[in-house]
Structure formats: structure tokens, C-alpha cells
Design a binder for this molecule. Sequence first.
Ligand code: HEM
Length: 500
Amino acid sequence: MVIRSVESVVAGPPIAWASTPTFQRLREHGRATAPVTRCTLCTTDRIGLMPSHPPETRPVPLYDPTAISDYTALWAKLLAEYPGGLVPVQLEPDPNVTGWLTITHAMTRHVMESPEFTRDARHWAALQAGRIPEDSPTLANCGPRPNALTSEGDLHLRYRSSLVNALEANAKGGQGRVLNQIGLVADRIIDTFCEAGRVDLIPQYASYLPMLALCRLVGLNASEGVQLCTQMGRIWDGGPETAHAYGELLSLLRTVARTRRRNPGNDIASHMINDGLTDEEVTYQVALVFATSQDPVAHLIGNTLAQLLRDFSAEHAGLFLQIPETINTILWRDPPIRFVPGRWTTEPVELGGYRLPPGELLVLGFGPAHYDLLTTAAVDPRTSQVHLGWGAGRHRCPVTGRDTGLALAEVGVARLLRRLPDIKLEEGVDPDRLPRRLSVDVSGLSSLPVRFTPTAPIDKGDPWRLSSLSGLTPAASTTESQHERSGLLARLLRLILPGN
Ligand code: HEM
């Protein structure tokens, strides 16, 4: 047996020595002596690999959105270079914030379903050692906090069941039943731009719809809604403001929890209070609902509309039949949640050709995992449900959450196409070069300019006692500033949500 020298391995692509037939055979006979080496940069033991990250195998930088703009090419490259299904990655410019990206369907599913990987960030060795900066966007994204997603064991069951019960109680009926109100909310938003004949669908439609529906779900008033939605966008952007934005979001939601305790309604915060959760626990569960749904739903709507307009730019016949299939295809090919940093090793484990010590961060790669299965198995992305877009295992998206996300996307897309039947991409816009959101974790567009024959608003009075929309400014052009947009959002929220 020839054990490759460190120098010879350094010169070539990474080789998972432990997965070679020779090593497997030797191990079966109890004679395997894996050349385990310790990386001098990340202190990770590697089997059959080099003792440090040479240029060729330095952690792949995932923090630069422009580096992953051609994501399909990147998935293909990573899958070819890391056949074990695990890639060392750097998540921020700070070299301490590293992790391991799962890139195959089998590996991603295994990590989500196996009890040996925890969702509890207190296991993160680099965090325990004080190497993760306090303002790290990754820490803000997946750090320890008392909610269902980042807890394990009894606490996870308590938070998850309370949240699921609250979502189901809201879905069962009553005035605040959000699933019934999606079409109405969509109509109110469309009314704000339908007379203009053109609109940018991402900031002026796809982002507003889940925002407004979620605000209703939580029973927020208009000014609470504006503040909350602003902070949520900053958190998903993952920039230096993430940690601050998360703090602002929490302080707002603490007030909401205190208010609902005094004045309960058919909203999920009131249901969880009724279920025995403290104000602090309610605050974190409500923050979780916004974190897991606002931007993913917005981009599911945006990516689906872009796909439909690309495929059927001149001919809308049959478009409605294609909506569920197109949404499913998007969940496969361009999932709105591309990466989820959020599992940790709890004991030494051999994974993807590496031997990882406890406390290593694993990053779920939904984007590459789907690409992997689509290119290696007979999967029909229009109908197959084996994608990982809703997660898997004990932390998978609750059924009511999934149904709410799908209903928002399906109704939101269908209502827009029905109201604006000749909608088309704006003249001169290349459907294959639409600007993308500068985020690594979520995958979506930042702009989708369209035009259509102007039509009258349908404000027909209101099951929610909404006031007239006549005071709203019609949609501005695609260059509408952030300031103008937040003004429009504020006015919409005032009309759609209870008093402020
Ligand atoms: C397009 C929309 C959505 C997508 C793609 C999505 C995706 C996901 C994924 C992938 C997870 C698992 C994360 C992990 O294992 O680390 C998850 C968990 C979760 N989702 Fe969703 N979700 C969506 C919408 C929603 C909505 C609308 C709600 C609630 C109204 C919701 C509530 C939750 C909750 C509470 C969890 C945590 C469950 C737990 O840890 O036990 N999601 N979601």
C-alpha cells in the first residue's frame, strides 16, 4: 500500500483517502492506519489529506455573493471536486468563521435526519473559544436562542408544538384566518400599481405580500409592521447590520408579546401565550416565524413569476395550470433558501472523507443538493416532492408553515396574472440577466420590471373593514427609492392592518 505523501496530495485535488477501496479493505481487516493529519489553520483532523489548507483546498469562500452568481456552474464544480459530498467553506471574510457545506442530496438529508448532529449552536467550538465576532452575520443567523429551530430535546418539542398549535388554531377559522385573506391582501397591493401600467414586481409586490400576511398572522398593527419588515430585510441581507437588526426586531416583538397578553386575539402570539409560553419565549417564536418565512416566500413568488414570464412572455394561455408545477420546479432548481448554516457535530465523526471533531459547523446546501439529484437521478422537478426545500427530520418546516408558504406563492402569482392578463417583462429587459439579490443564504431577484395594460383598482369594500385605497400613490417607476418604497409600505400596512 502506498500512502501518498503530504506534498503529493497538496499538489492535486482533495482525495478522500478513507473512501478509497484500499482503505476500506484494510479497515475491514483491522489494519487501516488512516494517515490522519491535523490542519494547522482550522485544527480539523483530516483523513488522508494534507495538514493545512494549501491554495487548492483552502476553504471555498461562500461570503461573496458575486462569487456564487453563476451558482449552477459552482455546484457542478464542487460536486466534481468533492465527491465525498462535503466542502470546507469560509462563511465570512473573518477566517475564523468556517464550516462544512453539504453538497449532495444524500449528505444533506443525512445531516438533517441524524440525531448525531445538533441544531443547538452552543456546541459550536469556535464560539465557545471566543473566535466568532459578536457582530458576525453567521452568528446572528444561526446563533443560540430560545426558539424551536435552535433548540433540541424537550425544549424543542415544547416550542415546536406550541408554535404548530398556534399556526393551526389560526388556520382553523375566525376573523384572522390568514389563509383565507391572501387573495384580498394581493388585491390591495395590486390596486396600488394597476393604473400605472408598469411596476417592479420584487420590491412592490413579491416582498409586500408575505410581509402583510405575516403581520396579520401575528396581529401586528401598521407601525409595528413597518418596523418589523424593515429589520427582517436587513437580517436576510446578512451584512454588518444583521446583529443590530436582530436586536431591534426582538425589542419590537417583546412589546407585541406584552400587548397580546393584555389584549389577546386570533393571532399566533396570543395562542402561544394561552399555551403557557412566557413573553420572552413568545418573542423568539414569533421572530422565528418571520425569519423562516418572509424572504423565502417573497423569493419563491419572485422566482416563480420570473420563470413564468420567461417561458410564456407572449402567450398566457395555460399559464394558470402551470403555477403549482413552476413553484415546485423553483423549489428544486432555484430554492429560495440556498444555504442554511445550522448543524453542529457533537462528537468526532467521519463525514465525506474528513474526520471532524465535535463542535464543527455544518452548512446545509439545498442548492447544490438539488442540483446533485437532478443531474444523477430520474427526477421530474415539476412534480417530485423529494426536494429538501422544506427541510427534513425533526426540524423540518411544519405542515402549516409549508402550506402557508405554498398558498402565498400560488395565490399571489395567480391573482397577479388574473388581474393583469397581458403582463410582460419590461421592454429591453433580458430575462436571463435579471439582477439578483446580494445575499448568499437566500436566492432571489432584486428586480423584475414588467409592463401591462393599465386597469382600474377593484377596491370593493372590505371584509376586514379596510379604508379606501384612493389615497395611495400609484406605483412609481422601477427606480423608486428605498425611502419612497417604505412610505408606500407604511400606507399599505395602515390600510390592511388594524389601527396603529
Ligand atoms: C417558501 C417558504 C418557506 C420555506 C422554503 C421554508 C423552509 C424551511 C426549512 C428548510 C426549515 C428547516 C430548517 C432547518 O432544518 O434548519 C424550516 C423550518 C421552519 N419553518 Fe419553514 N419555510 C417556509 C415558510 C414557512 C412559513 C410560512 C412558516 C410559518 C408560518 C414557517 C415556519 C417554520 C418553523 C417554525 C420552522 C422550525 C421548525 C423546527 O425547528 O422544529 N416556514 N422552514
